[in-house]
Design a protein around this ligand. Structure first.
Ligand code: AMP
Ligand code: ZN
Length: 202
């Protein structure tokens, strides 16, 4: 199992194409879209999924979990299939399919408790390092389609991945990078003019 999880993480680092969710949830490669039948079908599927979502069930107290922390917006639980001891998940109580679809205010709350939680987890596991991981979307290795952040305590001798450094390649064509940067900045400008997106759970 750990091998599979590492494979998922490695494959997203190497931009591979891991298989879709073992929970039987498929995310559209075109994701989100705007309006139309497909979008309506997507929302209906989300509603069904939400009722069956394991993290919603944990948030509602209908499924067991080792809860480490809870406030009005989020909770932190031990991962039931940890990569290392203390591997934990920060989860919003409301259902959002992925980080991208989570309202900034909720993301902000999730992130604000990282220092508190990570230092407690590191002390308890006698580690001095951790990885913060978010798999957003199937190609990135997301398996549970309810937003969550992983805190993975690390030790020198844990035999997990050291760094993705060996997979990186310097820019081959500086002009391509410049064009890409322009493109991203343009999308940022468009986004600034969009209406704020309301999350399902709010
Ligand atoms: P991801 O690939 O980012 O979607 O990871 C989902 C994570 O949720 C995995 O690390 C699973 O081990 C974990 N997980 C799934 N079901 C449960 C559960 N009932 N309680 C705690 N962790 C869970
Ligand atoms: Zn959910």
């Amino acid at each position: 199992m750990e091998g599979r999880r590492l494979a998922v993480i490695r494959s997203h680092l190497s931009q591979g194409n891991p298989s879709i969710s073992s929970c039987g949830v498929h995310s559209s490669p075109c994701g989100g879209g705007s309006g139309g039948d497909a979008s309506r079908r997507g929302r209906a599927a989300d509603t069904i999924w939400k009722g069956n979502c394991i993290f919603c069930k944990i948030a509602r107290g209908e499924s067991p979990a080792f809860k480490l922390y809870e406030d009005d917006t989020c909770l932190c639980i031990l991962d039931s299939n940890p990569l290392t001891p203390g591997h934990s998940l920060i989860i919003p109580k409301s259902h959002y399919r992925s980080l991208e679809e989570t309202p900034p205010s909720v993301v902000s709350t999730l992130c604000s408790i990282i220092p508190l939680l990570s230092s407690a987890i590191m002390k308890a596991t006698k580690s001095d390092s951790f990885n913060l991981l978010a798999n957003s979307g199937a190609a990135a290795g997301q398996v549970v389609f309810h937003t969550h952040l992983h805190i993975i305590p690390r030790r020198e001798d844990d035999c997990l991945w050291r760094s993705e450094g060996s997979l990186r390649k310097p820019f081959k064509h500086v002009q391509e990078a410049a064009n890409l940067a322009d493109d991203i900045r343009e999308h940022l400008t468009c986004r600034n003019h969009e209406e704020p997106k309301l999350g399902e759970g709010e």
